[in-house]
Write a protein that binds this ligand. Structure first.
Ligand code: F0G
Length: 447
């Protein structure tokens, strides 16, 4: 007999509706491109009856804690454990899960010293099953794809979404189609999609071109789109914030800092914070700030001026026209967060500093630490405030970047030649296999 999962006392399973973020139209169904049939704006998922359903914040917290003792698949998932705030399944077994979520919250003592912010933490979403935060959203969206009867799922991606989608499709017995920009994604991510059995197309365009094509494709073919335009993805990604608050014993930090690419994750975290406040789970909102690479700074520019041709070595966030920008602007406004940009050299330095803590992340995640330094300098983050950086992907997602950095090949002449970067570099040392040589190297390193 399969193990039973605990149900939430007094909580009716969450019935949901789609709401257009532009005209507010409410609907029970969504078109395949997940855009409003009246004004073409993005949809979000809302839960009209949740308030009347009755469970108070303490019931919810107790239920979520209780489920940690259970061995059922949905309770072992760090996403479905919070299912009371997700679209409801009729049966727990319907969930396609790889036991995603459950990611650690680390202290960062060395980065705390560097930034002058003693209470500095990292929520490491790179420790998800496929190595990035995408799994939290994918478990929900892939589950609803299968429930809707789709045989094929598809996404445009800078790599992590495709790796995650391919894995969840495979687990759920669906086929997957991946559209990635040719030459602009890391082999680690591409190889995951191949191994999980996706049909993988490297298109001669950028991410924005891939996404445009996908949006047309889903209106022509019976293919379910799993980009973060899909609001089920964002519902799953909300659980990052729920789990974080639980880890902090429901005492919100002053700041949460996330990288911004297509802006789905910042939108999801912001939505979760607002829902938690409305449900009485937290008493105040942390400021949610978004950091972008200077060469892919569409949100920074939207808030300041115009369109962008994206260019950055943090390829995960090499996006010129972020789909969820309106949702992200809303959460920045609602939480009072900031939007900043950082240079390629600042990203590389921050990545090595996080790595030197024994944690490690991919370049796109390191924008958070680089951005924090700026926000501290501007006085937006005060030394006495607590800060959580969301690390979105694993170090192993982009080994080329790391190798080039340590070998000193990452930047063209001049750029990146500063003492701070040199201090962080640890190039591999090729030696004759003698004890003398190794001893000499050890002594030199000790000096
Ligand atoms: N960090 C990593 C490691 C990512 O892979 C992405 C996005 C982001 C941050 C930005 O998140 O788009 O929600 O603002 N990667 C997408 C992909 C675009 O296709 O894997 P966002």
């Amino acid at each position: 007999m399969p193990p039973l999962s605990t149900s939430a006392p007094g909580v009716r399973q969450a019935a949901f509706r789609f709401r257009c973020i532009g005209c507010g139209d409410l609907s029970e169904t969504a078109r395949q491109d997940f855009r409003c049939s009246h004004c073409s704006d993005l949809l979000e998922i809302i839960y009209p009856q949740r308030r009347e359903a009755g469970a108070g914040p303490q019931d919810l917290r107790d239920t979520w804690r209780q489920r940690r003792l259970s061995q059922s698949a949905v309770d072992l998932s760090g996403v479905w454990r919070f299912r009371d705030l997700l679209p409801a399944l009729e049966r727990d077994e319907q969930a396609i899960t790889l036991r995603e979520g459950n990611t650690p919250l680390y202290e960062l003592p060395q980065c705390a010293r560097i930034t002058g912010v003693p209470r500095l933490f990292a929520k490491h979403q790179g420790l998800n099953p496929t190595g990035s935060f995408k799994d939290a959203g994918m478990t929900v969206a892939a589950t609803f794809a299968r429930l809707a009867g789709f045989r094929w799922v598809a996404c445009a991606s800078t790599g992590n979404t495709s790796a995650s989608m391919a894995a969840y499709a495979a687990r759920g017995g669906m086929r997957s189609l991946v559209l990635v920009p040719d030459g602009k994604i890391s082999w680690s991510k591409l190889s995951q999609a191949l191994d999980y059995g996706a049909v993988t197309c490297q298109l001669r365009t950028d991410f924005d071109g891939c996404l445009r094509l996908l949006q047309e494709l889903v209106l022509r073919a019976p293919v379910y789109q799993l980009n973060s335009i899909n609001p089920f993805r964002l519902e799953g990604q909300k659980t990052l914030a729920l789990e974080l608050m639980e880890q902090l014993e429901w005492q919100p930090p002053e700041h949460i800092i996330v990288p911004g690419g297509n802006l789905g994750n910042s939108s999801a975290i912001g939505k979760a914070l607002l829902e938690m406040r409305d449900l009485g789970l937290i008493s105040r909102l942390p400021k949610l700030s978004v950091i972008q690479a200077e060469g892919a700074n569409a949100l920074v520019r939207t808030l300041r001026e115009a369109a962008v041709q994206a260019e950055t070595r943090a390829t995960a966030i090499r996006i010129g026209n972020p789909a969820s920008w309106k949702k992200a602007v809303h959460v920045l406004d609602a939480t009072g967060g900031a939007c900043e940009q950082v240079t390629e050299v600042e990203i590389a330095q921050a990545k090595a500093e996080i790595g030197a803590e024994g944690i490690g992340c991919e370049p796109a995640s390191a924008v958070t630490l680089a951005g924090l330094k700026k926000l501290v300098m501007q006085g937006f983050v005060k030394p006495e405030e607590s800060v959580v950086l969301v690390l979105t992907g694993s170090l192993l997602k982009d080994p080329d970047f790391t190798m080039e950095f340590h070998r000193g090949d990452l930047f063209k002449d001049g750029e990146g030649k500063n003492a701070e970067l040199n201090r962080l570099r640890r190039p591999p040392i090729v030696l004759d296999a003698t004890l003398d040589e190794v001893m000499r190297t050890l002594e030199k390193a000790e000096r």
